[in-house]
Design a binder for this molecule. Structure first.
Ligand code: SF4
Length: 534
């Protein structure tokens, strides 16, 4: 699958786009600033010799004319409109920065994807910045008009951005406006020292943004994102909320992803660390990572109504632990200390199970009967690292028994193979997933072991623009607990930095599905019975 996501386009007069001097076209940053004071503030903050500032004049007509005659014509790098603006939002203060998610002149609206990415970079630079909708107006906004525009969802108003964005169409373009006060015009600038200081401080960030701008390819790893166990766990909480009403308590994060957890929280799920936080008699869902028998007993003793969202593939490992322990084996559990899944599996047979994390742990390991040892694995390990530890165990205990089938689950295996395939072709790999997601962290490690730098991000705003400088091919995947929507969000954000061509590399397809526990199965609708003549 290949799809090209171009820069947003608007109708522009032909003379504004004509490239009169292609040989002089240079990458880098061109800042368009309406007022001389704004242009000077930005100029003082710039650090790169290739960065340029063009003063365009106040108001849409002047700005459009100046942009049409100026450096913009021969420029093919990143263009940032930087100036001051009037706040339309009560929570914006002088000096705060608004990065436009879209610019409208009331008739035409141009989306500016990637605004969140730039706003996040400004925040990382210590500035107060947010992404928001910007409206370009023709004259000072009176109070009634301000109320109307604010109600329409605009964060700020200016007098030039729509015209300048139109003039820059076809290039990567962004708009950074610093809030000066609640009205605008010449008087705004004299009262807007905070805004000018913010523009100056934002200038190096605009340079960083411009350095990240280029056409690029995104290689999507397939499969990626939700696995069957995660889909099932989320559906269990959704159905519990629907069938029993809020609140529904969930012990630990249902899956290790901040987006999923906050979405379910907004719908009435209450996440707790321990059962002691759940009121007597309430409904509690056990997470996909599983729990130890001690937790089940505690819930039962408290009279809690339990719905178990443990992934069936984790339950399989628990069953193997019980079986080996029953048969008198010492179980060497290969996994990461402190992970919830490992704690749950260790709890199945605590007297008989020992955790081994590395080959060094194996060297230290001594058991009563070396002929009666078996190994199991956490489901989300890196395949090659786990194989190294299992190999060390086998060398030391040649009679060691293995689980009936692989413990590292199909989803972990498939996502690791897929990320390896895109890492081989990419300059950089982005992995959507949360920091506590074991399988997502393994995808980063897998890519790095293949020699390609990789970063774990919860969403597009975690992308540091410096990662993208000089990067033409981005590999993109998502851990088994990361929602597919995050992948779309990341692609949209990257498209704000230049045309993006999306190509998918599918190493395998998945069709695994798990049934739901009976507590959340819907009863079939009763079918109307036909009348039967007696
Ligand atoms: S990653 Fe594997 S074990 Fe974990 S929930 Fe998904 S399918 Fe189950």
């Amino acid at each position: 699958m290949t799809e090209t996501i171009p820069q947003p386009r608007t109708e522009v007069a032909a003379d504004q786009l004509e490239d009169t001097a292609p040989e002089s076209a240079k990458p880098g940053l061109l800042v368009l600033s309406p007022l001389r004071l704004e242009a000077n503030a930005v100029r003082r903050g710039l650090t790169q010799p290739t960065s340029r500032v063009q003063h365009t004049g106040m108001g849409a007509t002047r700005a459009r004319k100046a942009a049409g005659k100026g450096q913009l014509n021969s420029f093919r790098g990143g263009v940032v409109v930087m100036g001051t603006a009037a706040s339309l939002s009560d929570d914006l203060r002088p000096g705060d920065l608004v990065v436009a998610t879209e610019v409208s002149d009331g008739e035409t609206t141009v989306p500016l994807p990637g605004a969140e990415l730039l706003a996040a970079e400004l925040r990382r630079a210590g500035l107060t910045a947010r992404a928001g909708r910007l409206i370009t107006v023709q004259k000072l906004v009176k109070s009634a008009e301000r109320v109307r525009l604010a109600a329409a969802g605009y964060a700020a108003a200016d007098m030039e951005s729509a015209a300048l964005v139109a003039a820059a169409a076809g290039r990567p373009v962004a708009v950074i406006r610093a809030i000066s006060d609640s009205g605008f015009g010449p008087g705004m600038v004299t009262g807007g020292m905070a805004a000018l200081r913010s523009l100056r401080a934002a200038a190096p960030v605009a340079e960083k943004w411009a350095a990240a701008c280029r056409e690029r390819t995104v290689l999507l790893a397939g499969p990626r994102s939700f696995c069957a166990g995660v889909e099932r766990a989320i559906e269990i909480v959704e159905r519990a909320l629907e069938m029993r009403g809020a609140p529904v308590y969930v012990r630990k994060q249902i899956v290790h992803n901040t987006r999923v957890v906050s979405d379910l929280e907004q719908r009435g799920a209450v996440f707790v660390d321990e059962l002691g936080e759940v009121p007597d008699g309430a409904t509690v869902v056990f997470s996909a990572h599983g729990v130890s028998p001690a937790v089940r007993e505690d819930a039962s003793g408290r009279g809690l109504s339990v719905i178990d969202a443990t992934c069936p593939l984790v339950s399989k490992v628990h069953a193997e632990a019980r079986r080996f322990a029953r048969e008198g084996y010492t179980v060497a559990l290969i996994g990461h200390a402190g992970h919830e899944e490992v704690e749950g599996t260790l709890g199945e047979a605590p007297e008989s199970t020992v955790l081994v994390q590395t080959a060094e742990d194996v060297a230290q390991l001594s058991v009563d009967d070396p002929s009666k040892i078996a190994y199991l694995m956490q489901t989300t390990l890196a395949i090659d690292e786990a194989a190294d530890v299992a190999g060390a165990l086998r060398d030391k205990f040649p009679q060691m028994r293995a689980p009936g089938s692989d413990d590292i689950c199909y989803a972990t295996t498939n996502r690791q193979a897929a990320v390896r395939a895109v890492a081989a072709e990419a300059d950089l790999v982005l992995v959507a997933g949360s920091a506590n997601s074991s399988n997502s962290v393994r995808l980063v490690e897998r890519s790095e072991r293949a020699g390609t730098p990789a970063h774990l991000i919860d969403g597009a705003t975690d992308i540091d623009l410096s990662w993208l400088s000089g990067v033409s091919v981005v590999g993109l995947t998502a851990g088994a607990s990361a929602p597919p929507a995050v992948v779309s969000e990341i692609i949209a954000a990257l498209s704000g930095l230049g045309t993006v061509t999306v190509t998918e590399r599918v190493t395998t397809t998945e069709s695994v599905q798990f049934g739901l526990p009976r507590e959340v199965r819907r009863q079939p609708e009763p079918q109307p019975q036909p009348d039967v003549a007696s």
